[in-house]
Design a protein around this ligand. Structure first.
Ligand code: SF4
Length: 219
């Protein structure tokens, strides 16, 4: 999918009123570019740290407020206190892809009915090497793990599209149904959002599944 196709889609989403993505608010400066801020920050504050180009997004996204590395970019721990000015839609696309890698392309594919998903069980069963053990996780253990690890309240802001296994089944009965609704704002703030879609379980979830299996193995 080309960059220009994504930029056209992004412009259309903004025109349709989708002005938030994850924890980021997008302000359109009417032909003079865009300004991104953390949704929880008061934009009239004059102490926001200023960044002037898309590369600033990777620096902002790297650590949380406590300066801890953020291994999961869609976790709800984006740091506060910054303002990122971008000159045009191309720069906006690059910045959003640095904040939330691959998520614009995923949403565009979903809108076009071309977003392929992989059931959790299939993702676990295709693991090799040290992660092969993750496939041994039981249905109940996986249900609890996904409920704890993927929840929007402290876990991850993605909207889950995948099913439990090839026969379907919700990702976890411990998650609210909105967790699988791309129109729902996973921050709970009720805005119209560009959603962060999850087409298949990430490596971090697979690693957690492995830990559970390993912990239950005899010494
Ligand atoms: S599996 Fe998807 S929803 Fe769960 S933590 Fe990973 S990226 Fe987020």
């Amino acid at each position: 999918m080309s960059a220009s196709v994504q930029e056209t889609a992004l412009a259309n989403w903004l025109a349709a009123g989708l002005r938030c993505i994850g924890q980021i608010s997008i302000a359109d400066r009417s032909g003079e570019g865009f300004v991104l801020t953390h949704r929880d920050d008061d934009t009239s504050r004059n102490d926001l740290q200023h960044y002037g180009n898309a590369v600033g997004a990777s620096e902002i996204a790297r650590f949380d407020d406590a300066k801890n590395y953020r291994p999961l970019k869609t976790a709800p721990n984006l740091r506060h206190g910054w303002r990122l000015a971008l000159k045009d839609i191309a720069a906006l696309r690059i910045a959003l892809d640095l904040f939330y890698p691959g998520r614009l392309a995923a949403f565009l594919a979903w809108e076009e009915g071309a977003c392929a998903t992989t059931p959790l069980r299939a993702t676990l069963e295709r693991q090799t090497g040290m992660y092969r053990a993750s496939a041994k996780i039981s249905v109940d253990e996986a249900n609890a793990l996904v409920g704890n690890f993927c929840g929007s309240d402290g876990g991850c802001l993605r909207t889950i599209l995948w099913k439990r296994d090839e026969n379907g089944g919700v990702a976890s009965t411990r998650l609210p149904s909105e967790k699988c609704d791309p129109r729902h704002d996973q921050t709970g703030q009720g805005a119209a959002v560009i959603p962060l879609l999850c087409q298949e379980a990430c490596n971090l979830l697979v690693a957690e599944a492995r830990k559970i299996v390993r912990a239950a193995m005899p010494e």
